[in-house]
Ligand binder design. Structure first.
Ligand SMILES: Cc1ncc(COP(=O)(O)O)c(C=O)c1O
Length: 327
């Protein structure tokens, strides 16, 4: 019987420079990050390609992780290259052809005051199999979204550019409200009432044939998928504009979609029960979705060197034996 537990096949986790067993990858209850949200992380995907497992935009994700730590004065003892190597090693050790990669840096067990400066910095990289984030049908049919009553945090109070664990309390409010209301995802406005992003995705609209996306000043996480889509759109000759967008454009645009490492390119078919366009994924969304999926699976040229292929050892092993399930 196939198990639904995505963690069942995980055997190794990378911790502060070495691989440890999955069972040993736990932390103390007085970990600073558990009490005060003092952690920074990434979500990365490794895809199966004809040349073996390949990690998409690994360097860019690790650069963002380093930047997130810098904003919060967390002295990360690993370089971007070392973090990339750690991710490859962990995928390799677990022998995955395709997986999600979760590096996390946090303030560990030490003192428990709000002042975090003396707590140790812990760095982990975990990997596990992860399917479609917003459901199997989402990519084909699109999802129903709502505008959240919760706003994104104002830039004067919180740096949206940092992918910090604490920020995801705001994301959870947005997500829970959406799910309980019968929607797949919520769209948050920024503090001024302009469109911002989903709880875990960036937002794109198509209006009069132009691809539109909220700017960084609208409290968005500068998504790596967002940047990929902007580049692919340029390559495909689709006009693009980054700029503040009013809420009402959600109801009048021809197409809308979410982007994110987990969500990939997910069409939005309705917002607040109003159909987006004719309620089906539109032609520009489809073109970009196909280009994105071809890119991440190594099916189109990679002029930007976005794919990092895992070492041949891992490929050979993963082809010759299936992943052993932990007992
Ligand atoms: C709040 C938020 N916005 C946007 C994104 C999309 O970012 P990326 O494309 O780098 O995965 C994410 C995903 O991590 C997110 O959590």
């Amino acid at each position: 019987m196939v198990s639904n537990d995505p963690f069942e096949t995980v055997r190794w986790v990378w911790k502060n420079g070495e691989l440890i067993r999955f069972e040993d990858a736990s932390v103390h209850v007085l970990t600073h990050a558990l009490h005060y949200g003092s952690g920074w992380f990434e979500g990365i995907r490794c895809y199966e390609t004809q040349r073996g497992p390949a990690v998409f935009r690994l360097q860019d994700h690790m650069k963002r992780l380093v930047a997130s730590c810098k904003i919060f004065r967390a002295e990360l003892p690993f370089s971007v290259d070392e973090l990339c190597q750690a991710a490859i090693e962990t995928i390799d050790a677990n022998e995955y052809k395709e997986c999600y990669v979760r590096p996390i840096v946090f303030r560990g067990f030490g003192s428990l005051g709000v002042n975090p400066l003396n707590n140790p910095i812990e760095t982990f990289v975990a990997v596990w199999p992860w399917g479609k984030y917003l459901g199997e049908e989402a990519l084909e049919q699109g999802v129903d979204a709502c505008v959240s009553t919760w706003r994104r945090l104002a830039p004067s109070g919180f740096p949206a550019a940092a992918k910090a664990t604490g920020t995801y309390l705001n994301s959870q409010l947005i997500k829970m409200e959406a799910i309980i209301g019968g929607y797949a995802e919520g769209i948050a406005l920024d503090e001024a009432g302009h469109l911002s992003e989903g709880s875990g995705e960036n937002l794109f609209l198509v209006s009069e044939g132009v691809l539109l996306t909220p700017p960084r000043v609208s409290s968005i996480l500068p998504g790596i998928t967002r940047s990929t889509i902007l580049t692919l759109a340029k390559d495909l000759g689709i006009p693009v504009r980054r700029g503040r967008l009013p809420r009402a454009m959600l109801y009048t645009c021809e197409e809308a979609f979410f982007t994110g490492t987990a969500a990939e390119v997910t069409p939005i078919r309705s917002v607040d029960r109003i159909p987006v366009g004719d309620g089906k994924p539109g032609p520009i969304t489809r073109r970009l979705m196909t280009a994105y999926l071809d890119m991440v699976h190594g099916r189109r040229p990679d002029p930007h060197h976005w794919l990092t292929y895992c070492p041949p050892a891992a490929v050979a092993r993963s082809e010759s034996e299936s992943v052993e399930v932990r007992s």
